[in-house]
Write a protein that binds this ligand. Structure first.
Ligand code: ADP
Length: 271
């Protein structure tokens, strides 16, 4: 009986191992599929700005000083900026994954970060006729953070809010202190994210609507980068959405740092 029991036990074990391997294979196939899809999207996104650039160049060649020239140059500039941003995001993601991004942390007020993020996202927000509501705390909240990287995080969330909200939408950014954290909420009343897909949006190459002809271009790396950078700062980021068409809320929590000495101490009289 012992022998039979032993055989039975071994068979159980093998079955469990087989299930585990099958799950791993499934995960690998899924990752592989996402990568294929990503490559197609990447080629598409990199190619997109080239057509207007070539067209602009043609026009300028024929008519370098004509009335339309100024507008054409502006258009070409925007397309270049877009292209550079895509490529920078791509480089950043791979740098973070390889542990190659060094943070230049300093004591910085959240408000300063929010302001520079808004400045960066303003063109996109205005272009779609969205209204932006900003709600900052009356007292400054201090962080130990890399100002450029954190502004990049917030700008990414604002840009997404602008991208995934039909024209004339409401975008909000609100900051408050809660426990030992600074909490940054970025909200919109746009297309929203179905509940089943919410946990996936921070994955690299994740796009809720995976096909190429999406109205909004993008590579599905913005949120992956956001999460990587927030985690590097010891924080968390999460999304809530009541579902399709119901808007989205992204919440970033970052550990509060100490106020700089000169901000808390009363100014000493000059001797
Ligand atoms: P990208 O915008 O380049 O596709 P992101 O990583 O920034 O990539 O976002 C991943 C996906 O999450 C997007 O493709 C979109 O489907 C969804 N998403 C992100 N932000 C929002 C938002 N504010 N509202 C609705 N969907 C969003």
């Amino acid at each position: 009986a012992d022998v039979f029991f032993e055989l039975y036990r071994q068979r159980q074990q093998i079955a469990e191992q087989r299930d585990e391997l099958e799950a791993q294979a499934q995960a690998l196939r899924e990752a592989d599929r996402r990568k294929d899809e990503f490559l197609a999207t990447l080629a598409h996104e990199l190619r997109n700005p080239l057509a207007p650039l070539r067209h602009g160049l043609d026009v300028l060649r024929r008519n370098p000083t004509g009335e339309a020239a100024e507008g054409i140059r502006d258009m070409m500039d925007r397309q270049m900026v877009h292209l550079v941003r895509l490529i920078d995001d791509l480089l950043d993601v791979s740098r973070v994954s390889q542990g190659k991004i060094g943070l230049r942390k300093e004591r910085i007020a959240v408000e300063a970060i929010i302001r520079s993020a808004i400045e960066a996202s303003r063109p996109l927000i205005d272009a779609s006729g969205h209204t932006l509501t900003v709600d900052l705390p009356s007292e400054p909240l201090w962080l130990d953070a890399d100002p450029t990287r954190m502004a990049q995080v917030v700008a990414n969330l604002l840009n997404n809010a602008a991208k995934y909200t039909p024209a004339g939408g409401q975008i909000g950014i609100a900051v408050r202190a809660l426990g030992g954290s600074a909490v940054i909420d970025v909200s919109d009343n746009g297309i929203g994210i179905p509940e089943t897909l919410q946990s996936g949006v921070f994955q690299l190459f994740a796009q809720v609507d995976g096909h190429l002809e999406r109205a909004q271009g993008g590579l599905g790396i913005g949120l992956a980068l956001v999460r990587q950078l927030v985690v590097l700062h010891g924080g968390t980021v999460e999304v809530t959405s009541a579902g399709t068409g119901k808007g989205s809320l992204f919440t970033v929590r970052l550990p509060l740092g100490e106020a700089p000495a000169e901000a808390s101490a009363p100014a000493s009289p000059v001797v």
